[in-house]
Design a protein around this ligand. Structure first.
Ligand SMILES: NCc1[nH]cc(CCC(=O)O)c1CC(=O)O
Length: 396
């Protein structure tokens, strides 16, 4: 439970102050060059254009170390910054003005002079079950799959939760981008009965139709990764112009929920390679007081800060009246830490009013403390002892 000296706590991120746009200039957005990364960056660019139509935008995409070198074993890299470091060098030297990341892949500790400038409205954060076409007409859930069915995932968080809840299933590593994995599932000689992938990634690349079922604490007993389904926009600390631009696409509720999740992860010193699952959900109503301070409705990616999803993956809140949706300010947070073999687990749940980013950060810290009191530190300690094995997997 320590904080590295160069960490920028969420509490230093200023709340929005002004609506007045900066003068017209070029804005260069950096991204990885994968299909998913480009779709995500287009989503952010579109939202920025909507919020600040007078600016000129350019997208600069590149392969990062993790994309280029598929030979070196992950532990030999600083695995945590595999996907971010090359882009960060260009952000620091001014070539880029911002970087769009899958929030899930962003380290919880950023370089001292860089910060998480914005988190736009989140897509469905849940994991999705994709059952092989050979089985999907007869099987629609993990529990109904035949004993010994092979599930493909490279995430220790997913495999640990699967081992815990579904001891009748087998798990094997599967690599590659989303379409590569789907092709491996569909191959005539495939060993896989099903895959687990993030619903958001599938939806963003137009593969939502492959989803057999959505997994959550309520259905399937699977908590998602910290930041899953969210996008993180990384900017330079002190770049006021860009800071103001990206503030225009923040979904304040998504930002607070994700900051709480990231605070939990940071407090438990978990990178993307430890089995921590979370769920955050806005509930309750703030009567008569309107929107939370700093809340900007109607701007941002999709503009809907939805955090509740139906069985069809559509946000339940989208079906409600917008003014009602804005009034929720209680955040429910659930979290689980599972041993890699699935035999040990600790869980916690907290509900608290979260009216600013500091309170979000505090909620993440507090739930981490409860998990530690219940023994999460012992589970994570054992995981650290086996770190070499685990880092070969990661939240891939
Ligand atoms: N590290 C893999 C990764 N990083 C981001 C996504 C897409 C989903 C998201 O944005 O959370 C995925 C694929 C997956 O987990 O299925």
């Amino acid at each position: 439970m320590t904080t590295e000296p160069n960490f920028n706590p969420a509490s230093t991120i200023p709340e929005p102050q002004s609506d007045t746009g900066p003068s017209t200039q070029k804005v260069t957005i950096g991204t990885r060059s994968s299909v998913l990364a480009l779709v995500q960056t287009n989503e952010v660019e579109k939202a920025l254009k909507q919020a600040w139509p007078d600016q000129h935008y350019a997208v600069h995409s590149m392969k990062t170390l993790g994309d280029r070198d598929k030979v070196t074993p992950l532990p030999e890299f600083n695995a945590k910054s595999l996907w971010t470091k090359d882009l960060e060098v260009l952000l620091l030297d001014g070539t880029l003005d911002m970087i769009v990341h899958s929030l899930k892949d962003m380290p919880t500790q950023l370089p001292q002079t860089l910060t998480l400038g914005a988190i736009p409205s989140r897509h469905d954060p849940r994991d999705a079950l994709i059952i092989s076409p050979r089985l999907s007409s007869t099987h629609t859930t993990l529990s109904s799959l035949p004993t010994g069915s092979l599930i493909g995932t490279s995430s220790v968080r997913r495999s640990a939760q699967l081992r815990r809840a579904y001891p009748h299933l087998r798990i094997a590593d599967i690599r590659g981008n989303i379409d590569t994995r789907l092709a491996k599932l569909d191959a005539a000689d495939s060993e896989f009965a099903a895959l687990i992938l993030a619903a958001a990634g599938l939806a963003r690349i137009g593969r939502e139709a492959r989803i057999t079922a959505y997994l959550s604490s309520r259905e399937g007993g699977m908590l998602h990764a910290v930041g899953q389904g969210g996008l993180g926009v990384e900017v330079r600390v002190g770049d006021e112009r860009v800071g103001r631009l990206v503030q225009g696409i923040v979904c304040e509720r998504t930002m607070r929920a994700c900051l709480a999740e990231r605070s939990l992860m940071r407090t438990l010193e978990g990178g993307c390679s430890v089995p921590i699952g979370v769920e955050t959900e806005w509930v309750g109503r703030k009567k008569g007081a309107g929107a939370a301070p700093g809340f900007r409705a109607g701007v941002g990616v999709g503009a809907k800060p939805a955090r509740e999803y139906g069985a069809d993956g559509k946000a339940v809140e989208e079906k409600r009246e917008e003014d009602e949706e804005e009034e929720t300010d209680e955040l429910v947070m659930r979290a689980i830490v599972v041993s890699v073999d699935g035999t040990e687990a600790v869980e916690a749940e907290m509900t608290r009013r979260v009216t600013n980013r500091e309170e979000a950060d505090q909620l993440g810290w507090d739930i981490a403390r409860v998990l530690v009191e219940k023994g999460a530190d012992k589970i994570l300690e054992k995981i650290n002892l086996n770190r070499n094995i685990i880092e070969q997997q990661g939240e891939a």
